[in-house]
Design a protein. Structure first.
Length: 169
């Protein structure tokens, strides 16, 4: 599934790297970052297209999966933000959309009575199951790579996440 098929007769990032070297010097970091950003655009567009029939974005899908993985099917909004590594405002917006769609419901945290939990509904479980089937069938848009390459890519990108302080190595 190609996205934004430009079909240029050259690689514009490679061309930019060549020009960068002439004007600024070493270009490998710039070329790598630009490639990652372009890959992100492509993958997000592909995944969002696969999720559109479910009225989901990838961010909302991730939240549903996280709730599915939790023991009780419910998590505090703060824990959702922490696990998905997003700002609290993003979590609120995501849960709002999922709640309006009937895929989650908000409830008071029984532990403290003040905090709010998001709990996946049975409809949410059905939707996440069907959406996951579609994503798995499409290899999450990564079918051009083998398992070894995917593992290597995960390791390479993990280094950035560790350096950013996402978690302790």
């Amino acid at each position: 599934m190609a996205t934004g098929q430009l079909n240029l007769p050259f690689d514009p990032i490679e061309r930019a790297a060549e020009t960068w070297r002439v004007h600024f010097g070493q270009s490998s970091a710039m070329a790598a970052v630009t490639s990652i950003m372009r890959a992100h655009q492509i993958l997000l567009a592909q995944l969002d297209t696969l999720l559109k029939p479910y009225d989901l974005t990838f961010a909302r899908y991730e939240a549903l999966v996280l709730l599915t993985f939790s023991k009780s099917g419910a998590l505090p909004l703060s824990r959702i933000g922490e696990r998905l590594m997003v700002h609290p405002t993003s979590v609120t917006n995501t849960v709002d959309r999922l709640e309006r769609a009937g895929l989650v419901r908000r409830m008071r945290n029984p532990r403290d009575g003040r905090g709010v939990l998001a709990e996946i509904t049975s409809q949410g479980r059905e939707v996440v199951s069907a959406a996951t089937d579609d994503l798995m069938a499409a290899g999450f848009g990564m079918t051009m790579y083998g398992e070894a390459e995917l593992d290597q890519m995960f390791g390479l990108l993990r280094t950035i996440r560790v350096a950013a302080g996402d978690f302790e190595d």
